[in-house]
Design a protein. Structure first.
Length: 371
């Protein structure tokens, strides 16, 4: 039987898949053709290509998700999902087609120049979808709020002095608002209904997040991360949803790189220059960490909600949490006292904060892996 490895590049779109094959060695990759994006067509392709053990398949991460990856792995076929932003590009190339993309993928895959991503488990993906759905709902709520308040502004309508938006008194005031013209009254009611409906949607999503944080497969890790100052239930669940397994990062610097929070660098010979953070990473994690890092401007203390969250957690996590408070608080104020801009200072603190998050997560995941 021919045991030559075949490196298969798939350019995947909604309706079809372009296929190219590069045999092991130095022969030029060949274009196979296109097929419908259906599991039956993929199964037929695998049979035509030969022994599944000799196939190495790759495709770019994109809007079609990971069903294709899981289908191929279920058939015991090696498959990698490639990070699109890390695919080498030829300077000056201005022609892009599905055929060229598939051939290029097969060629680069054979030469080992592609970077694969970690494909989340179905549980991880479901939790991430839940968190991102809430993020979308919060964005929708902000837009609905702006539509309502700007509508009031155009009609010179203001709430009573001292009444805050979304407060109980504000809700009572909204019930008293009316317009002479039926068209304006209808617009007001539609804007108001839209805003209330989105708030109810966020409430339903928050209820499911609470269930996942206390009863889901990642509940122990989510509870442990809440032992750190600045990380509540929503932030901890969001971090776990975006990162999945922390144990896949051998060092905390790898987690920092994943979040795009390592310094950019331009060095040549004796010249070395480091700039701002790369931002070439998960923007959701980066935003969460920077928001949480602001809590370290306060003096170290274990009280209030943090004291409740720490109750029942292992002593090792208590020690990490207290060490993080002291170290990050001192670092932030040291940077500010040197004249560093607050944004840069909090970014530096957030990067180091990721190291403490990594340490807490490993305490939990190492225990889980031994059971």
């Amino acid at each position: 039987m021919n045991s030559t490895l075949k490196f298969v590049g798939l350019d995947v779109s909604k309706a079809k898949i372009a296929v190219a094959v590069a045999d092991e060695g130095y022969d030029a990759p060949r274009y196979w053709g296109t097929l419908p994006h259906t599991m039956d067509a993929i199964r037929s392709l695998v049979k035509k290509l030969g022994d599944p053990e000799c196939l190495r398949v790759c495709y770019e991460a994109g809007p079609t998700g990971y069903p294709l990856y899981r289908f191929l792995r279920a058939m015991d076929i090696h498959c990698d999902v490639i990070a699109p932003s890390l695919i080498p590009q030829r300077p000056g190339e201005r022609i892009k087609t599905d055929r060229r993309d598939a051939v290029r993928l097969a060629q680069l895959y054979r030469s080992g120049e592609l970077t694969s991503i970690r494909v989340p488990t179905e549980d991880d993906e479901a939790l991430r979808d839940l968190i991102r759905c809430r993020e979308d709902a919060v964005g929708d709520e902000l837009r609905a709020k702006h539509r309502l308040t700007k509508f009031f502004l155009r009609h010179n309508i203001c709430p009573p002095a001292g009444v805050k938006f979304q407060s109980k008194k504000y809700q009572e005031w909204l019930n008293t608002v009316s317009f002479e013209r039926s068209t304006s009254q209808l617009v007001f009611q539609e804007y108001l209904y839209q805003w209330k409906e989105i708030r109810e949607r966020i409430g339903r999503l928050d209820a499911e997040i609470r269930i996942q944080a206390s009863e889901g497969p990642h509940a122990p890790l989510i509870q442990a991360l809440q032992g750190l100052r600045g990380i509540g239930e929503l932030t901890a669940t969001s971090l776990v949803a975006e990162i999945g397994s922390f144990i896949r990062f051998p060092k905390p610097t790898h987690l920092m790189s994943f979040a795009g929070m390592v310094p950019s660098e331009s060095s040549s010979g004796d010249y070395r220059r480091q700039g701002s953070i790369t931002k070439a990473g998960n923007r959701h994690v980066r935003r969460l960490i920077i928001e949480s890092a602001w809590s370290y401007k306060y003096k170290p203390a274990v009280k209030g909600e943090l004291k409740k969250r720490l109750k029942g957690l292992p002593p090792e996590i208590h020690l990490i949490s207290w060490k993080a408070q002291n170290r990050l608080h001192k670092k932030l104020h040291r940077l500010l006292s040197r004249g560093v801009m607050p944004g840069k200072a909090i970014t530096a603190v957030a990067r180091e904060f990721l190291g403490f998050i990594w340490a807490v997560a490993l305490e939990v995941e190492n225990v889980q892996s031994t059971h």
